[in-house]
Design a protein around this ligand. Structure first.
Ligand code: NAD
Length: 483
């Protein structure tokens, strides 16, 4: 049915501006999570291929870094325009390999493309600083150089955006990259390469190497002394491994890791606005987002209204193949992902949670799980400490501000927190006390290319987006001058 869409999608490795097979001929299958059908077979990079990609990046580095910032900016801007030209094709491809419903995929494409537009504008603003040393009177001249070859490793939940959020700033800074996309969703990035080539990105500046041997391939690159940056988005567990690997050659790490977002609804909140925000914070990407609201804390005075309204909205979602019009809840990405959701829901229910809607797995094929609301979730339920990564909202009540701040902060994660209140001074006071890198204050969506995205504690190191995102790919150099 969707053969036409797949006909033009490349399935080999993109190294030095050319498509090539894996050195050992290895390949792996990509599956449509809505039908469980194999939709493509993709080359699986070996360590030898990874080193070839680093060679290609090295060959491209000097030329790219020495291009005038305006030239790099124009190429990034053109990349934005060409992605938007092909937006519908990319959206369908994302749905096909990831499962998310088309409206989610369309939003992702727009968000992903925006990183090229934003960094086209930042590429010309690599600004330094001059001052006088207080004691010696020498000039302190500070400027920022491209850090070097960057290895990018991305997850399956946003096959386009998690990669462009790294590629945009890296290219703006003047760094060539080697990208290893997630094995569940390699097609979107492979399909993007001819578009970026058309936009004028020179050979070797971006290399894409899907691989079934992620650990070995990424490990080998991090031990290659030419690699200077590793930018990873994925689980905290794998992030920890990569930090250890990066330690040997002191490779500069940027880590966007897991989350466990609280969503707090105070008694003075606009409940309808909170429901709208909750639907975005919980259901964008079927809950498969690091920013997904994982724990709903609702003040006991407004709990019944909030729970009833959220249940009605969740129950009204249409589940089905994400490519079909009208569907807004696609399948989860794979069997393991769904099994984890089933296990977390069973655990909470066994411990006393009440199902308000959903909770029953439909017959196959496809890794579907319905929109689910659980009330009275007990404190010892596993889902309060782990990422659910599925369309399940867990509700608890609270009585006081101090109590909810303490409970919200009681996690090793610190990516994003949401809170709803009509009292702005309370909103800002509570925001400041929450140990999260991002706060949605009366908003269920924080992601924005112009804002610094990232987490505290075990949710990561560094920021993506905004000017800060480009700094991850720059090294600061200071020249002490007498003139
Ligand atoms: P994952 O950690 O399993 O995989 C991420 C990437 O790392 C994939 O490309 C994978 O192939 C690769 N990988 C796996 N093991 C590796 C190893 N030993 N060495 C090198 N690479 C390895 O994560 P996932 O399941 O793809 O994505 C979901 C996770 O990503 C969630 O925890 C989510 O919170 C997180 N995430 C975080 C952000 C953020 O910005 N903070 C954004 C999206 C997703």
């Amino acid at each position: 049915m969707y053969e036409n869409l797949l006909a033009d999608v490349p399935t080999d490795l993109w190294i030095g501006g050319k498509w090539r097979k894996a050195s050992d001929g290895g390949r792996f299958d990509v599956i449509d999570p809505a039908t469980e059908r194999i939709i493509a077979s993709v080359a699986s990079a070996t360590v030898e291929d990874a080193i070839a990609a680093i060679d290609a990046a090295e060959a491209a580095f000097e030329g790219w870094a020495s291009r005038k910032p305006r030239e790099r900016a124009e190429i990034l801007r053109r990349s934005y325009e060409l992605i938007m030209r092909d937006a519908e094709r990319f959206a369908k491809l994302i749905t096909l390999e990831n499962g998310k419903a088309l409206p989610d995929s369309r939003s992702e494409v727009a968000y992903a493309a925006e990183f090229f537009r934003w960094y086209a504008e930042e590429a010309v603003r690599n600004i330094g600083d001059v001052s006088r040393a207080p004691a010696s009177g020498a000039r302190i001249l500070v400027h920022h150089k491209p850090a070097g070859i960057a290895v990018l490793v991305t997850p399956w939940n946003f096959p386009a955006a998690m990669a462009t959020r790294k590629i945009g700033p890296a290219l703006a800074a003047g760094c060539p990259v080697v990208l290893k996309p997630a094995s569940d969703t390699p097609l979107t990035m492979l399909a993007l390469m001819p578009v970026l080539e058309e936009a004028g990105v020179p050979a070797g500046v971006i290399n894409v190497i899907p691989s079934r041997s992620s650990g070995k391939v990424v490990g080998a690159m991090l031990h290659d002394p030419r690699v200077r940056v590793v930018s990873f988005t994925g689980s905290t567990e794998v992030g920890r491994k990569l930090l250890r690997e990066a330690a040997d050659n002191i490779v500069k790490p940027a880590m966007e890791l897991g989350g466990n977002a609280p969503f707090i609804v105070f008694e003075d909140a606009d409940i309808d606005a909170a429901i709208d925000g909750a639907m975005i914070a919980k259901m964008r990407n079927m809950g498969e987002a690091c920013t997904a609201a994982n724990r709903f804390y609702v003040h006991e005075k407004v709990h019944d209204e909030f729970a009833a309204k959220l249940t009605a909205r969740m129950a009204s979602l249409k589940m089905g193949n994400g490519l079909d019009e009208g569907v807004n809840l696609g399948p989860l990405v794979n069997k393991d992902g769904r099994d984890k959701v089933i296990e977390l829901v069973n655990d909470a229910v066994e411990k006393g949670a009440r199902i308000l809607t959903g909770g029953r797995v439909p017959d196959g094929p496809g890794f579907f799980y319905p929109a689910t609301v659980l009330d009275n979730v007990p404190d010892n339920a596993k889902m309060l400490n782990e990422e659910i990564f599925g369309p399940v909202a867990s509700i608890q009540t609270f009585k006081s501000e101090e109590e909810v701040i303490r409970r919200a902060n009681d996690t090793e994660y610190g990516l994003v927190a949401y809170l709803y209140t009509r009292d702005l001074s309370r909103g800002l006071r509570v925001s400041e006390k929450l140990d999260f890198g991002m706060i949605g204050l009366n908003r269920g969506l924080v992601s924005d290319p112009a804002a610094p995205f990232g987490g505290m504690k075990q949710s990561g190191i560094g920021r993506e987006g905004a000017h800060e995102g480009m700094m991850e790919f720059l090294e600061t150099q200071y020249v002490s001058v007498t003139w």
